[in-house]
Design a protein around this ligand. Structure first.
Ligand code: ADP
Ligand code: ADP
Length: 229
């Protein structure tokens, strides 16, 4: 099955006059790199929360790896989905290493194994030397590399980057996007990049979905969609 399969999904928040997402149909095949682009209010965060299992559709179906997310399946799918955030979401009181071991702690992985996996993933993002530092001692780009190491340490097959470069300057952003592209290829990940930045979609994705005010207004191969007048 496709990693994500939105079938006529709608979501309206209580008390809101219009749906945050309206009749969304979108498939994300395994191993693809898909951009989801739209302005503020387009419904991007809602889409991320649906994929994360934090919200449920109020009409239509969302299948994740072939399953509808429910009490019985949500945890298993969350475990296979790595999330990268705009504001990095690192814990200030923990070292870089302890930030990366956190998801493994939550799953009861023994300490020696946790530390080995975390160090391997810090090496992967080029921060092997920074294991003992604290987030406040890192640049924005370094913090995001820690965020990527944390997202991948549990070996997910889907990496969901939510405005992951929006807090970074263009040069740092380009470095992070190249890293995501390398990791996607090396680990055969499905990469979903949610952004308001056209250049991010252009740099990394093969397919793109354009959202506007909760509607999917365009979808297809990135080159074709971005070429359109
Ligand atoms: P984006 O991430 O693209 O900015 P959102 O998914 O956050 O879009 O928002 C889509 C629409 O849903 C907006 O009109 C927003 O105001 C509304 N919305 C988002 N979250 C909530 C919420 N928790 N409660 C009520 N309305 C919300
Ligand atoms: P159509 O809507 O006519 O299928 P698309 O350009 O959307 O045209 O799709 C062309 C091909 O790309 C199809 O084989 C489709 O399965 C595949 N495809 C569609 N969406 C995605 C995506 N998000 N990621 C990767 N491949 C996709």
């Amino acid at each position: 099955p496709d990693v994500l399969d939105f079938q006529n999904v709608s979501k309206t928040y209580p008390g809101q006059p219009r749906p945050a997402l309206n009749d969304l149909t979108l498939r994300v095949p395994r191993g693809s790199r898909t951009g989801v682009i739209g302005r503020s209010g387009a419904g991007k965060s809602t889409l991320v929360r649906l994929i994360s299992g934090l919200e449920t559709p109020d009409a239509g179906r969302l299948l994740v790896r072939g399953d509808a997310l429910g009490p019985a399946t949500r945890a298993a799918h969350q475990a296979r989905t790595g999330l990268v955030f705009q504001q990095f979401n690192l814990l200030a009181q923990r070292t870089v290493l302890r930030n990366v071991t956190l998801p493994l702690e939550l799953r009861g992985v023994p300490r020696a194994r946790r530390d080995a996996l975390a160090r391997e993933h810090l090496d992967l993002v080029g921060l092997g030397e920074y294991a003992g530092r604290y987030p406040a001692q890192l640049s924005g780009g370094q913090k995001q590399r820690v965020g990527i190491a944390r997202a991948l340490v549990t070996a997910p097959d889907l990496l969901l980057a939510d405005e992951a470069t929006s807090a970074l300057d263009p040069e740092t952003s380009a470095g992070i996007l190249n890293l995501l592209l390398d990791l996607q290829r090396e680990r055969d990940l499905t990469l979903v990049i949610v952004t308001h930045q056209l250049e991010v979609v252009r740099a990394v994705t093969t397919h793109v979905a354009v959202l506007d005010a909760g509607q999917l207004v365009e979808t297809g191969e990135t080159a074709a969609v971005l070429r359109a007048p």
